[in-house]
Design a protein around this ligand. Structure first.
Ligand code: PLP
Length: 383
């Protein structure tokens, strides 16, 4: 059997071969593999140079200074460090966090743990289109609000928040803004200065880099303080200890440089693929988009299929790899909390699938996926 066509880029992307090539130069004795913290020899200095080069590549993509980038194991850890680290460090100023009900679990579960620790959380409800309204954020702000955490691009819906408008509201109330941008790299423009972002979580593997590496952007001016969660050696200016994984970091740097150079062109091509996909399904009837196309990135298409069970459809679609709900909930059959969060009725949420396209998706992939979907739907609907 042929490998299924991969249409689950929002769960993870394959590593770009150019990234894999760079990573392979940082593993073996012949390569630059040493511990970047080794100050006593040339291999250590060379590894440090590689890490600092990658730090600049990541900083450049978001308009930051390299000194504002803290390496982590991924966006999950970056979210934990941003929320827990910031709230603990700023306890004396206030104990209130504002976030939303459709954030990634890395933010939601961290915020819940902080509630248990005695912090106060307000959970915003998104608009029907999946975006967070700056006016609603304004209403939720209090004198003791110190942090607002909202994502750039939603991983299930693809909806894009107006980060600059949200930052303006947060700052007007003396609060900092954290943004989970894991799904945004190479998909939308990111500029921490223009958008007024104070903390930003990034992931390697959502942008054609390796899994197991990410970063937290931490603004230096005005100074944003976060308390370390992982102790042991004081790496990353004391914010995150642990030996830096030279090969992972080199890979993430290369991936982000490619995202900066090619992201816009990728998105233009992918928008045409998404349109081809939707055109191919147009005459079927009973197919609905769960998101507003004008409010979303083109690479994520969340569809509901009237009268079909999402799990059965998924099972019938052997030739394409897609997701029901978000990747992180695919073990349970509960409808996606994100679809529920934007008011999609339970029955419709259960018929929904997320298709996500990427750099290596071709016209032929789309045509094969359309043919397979049409076949599966007609089988499920006529029996
Ligand atoms: C994938 C993802 C994460 C988690 O990132 P990891 O690097 O896998 O830990 C966090 N937030 C969003 C929005 C994501 O899509």
């Amino acid at each position: 059997m042929n490998a299924p066509i991969y249409l689950d880029y929002a769960a993870t992307t394959p590593v770009d071969p150019r990234v894999a090539e760079v990573m392979s130069q940082h593993l073996t004795l012949e390569g630059v593999f040493a511990n970047p913290a080794s100050r006593s020899h040339m291999p250590g200095w060379q590894a440090e140079q590689v890490v600092e080069g990658a730090r600049r590549q990541v900083a450049d993509l978001i308009g930051a200074d390299p000194r504002e980038i803290v390496w982590t194991s991924g966006a999950t850890e970056a979210d934990n460090l941003a929320l827990t680290g910031f709230l603990r460090a700023n306890r004396a100023r206030g104990r209130h966090l504002v976030t939303s009900s459709i954030e990634h679990k890395a933010v939601i579960d961290t915020a819940r743990a902080l509630e248990a620790e005695g912090f106060d959380v307000t959970w915003l409800t998104p608009e029907k289109d999946g975006r967070i309204s700056p006016a609603r954020l304004d209403e939720a702000m209090r004198d003791d609000t110190v942090l607002v955490s909202l994502m750039a691009v939603n991983n299930e819906l693809g909806t894009i928040n107006d980060l600059a408008a949200l930052a303006e509201v947060a700052h007007a109330h003396g609060s900092a803004l954290h943004v989970d941008a894991a799904q945004a790299v190479g998909r939308i423009e990111l500029d921490v200065t223009r958008q007024g972002i104070d903390l930003m979580s990034l992931s390697g593997h959502k942008a054609y880099g390796p899994k197991g590496i990410g970063a937290l952007y931490v603004r230096r001016s005005p100074d944003i303080r976060v308390e370390a969660l992982i102790h042991g050696g004081g790496h990353e200016r004391g914010m995150r200890s642990g030996t830096l994984p030279t090969h992972q970091i080199a890979g993430m740097g290369e991936a982000f440089a490619l995202a900066q150079a090619e992201g816009a062109a990728d998105q233009t091509r992918i928008a045409a693929l998404a349109q081809r996909f939707l055109d191919g399904l147009e005459d079927i009837g009973g197919v609905h988009r769960n998101t507003d196309i004008d409010a979303s990135v083109p690479n994520i298409v969340n569809l509901a299929f009237d009268g079909v069970d999402g799990e059965s459809l998924l099972m019938a679609l052997r030739g394409i790899a897609v997701s029901t709900g978000s990747a992180c909930n695919s073990a349970s059959v509960e409808p996606s909390y994100v679809l529920k969060g934007i008011g999609v009725p339970r029955a419709r949420a259960l018929t929904s699938l997320r298709f996500s396209f990427g750099r290596f998706t071709t016209d032929a992939d789309i045509d094969a996926a359309v043919a397979e979907l049409r076949h599966a739907l007609s089988a499920l609907l006529h029996h």
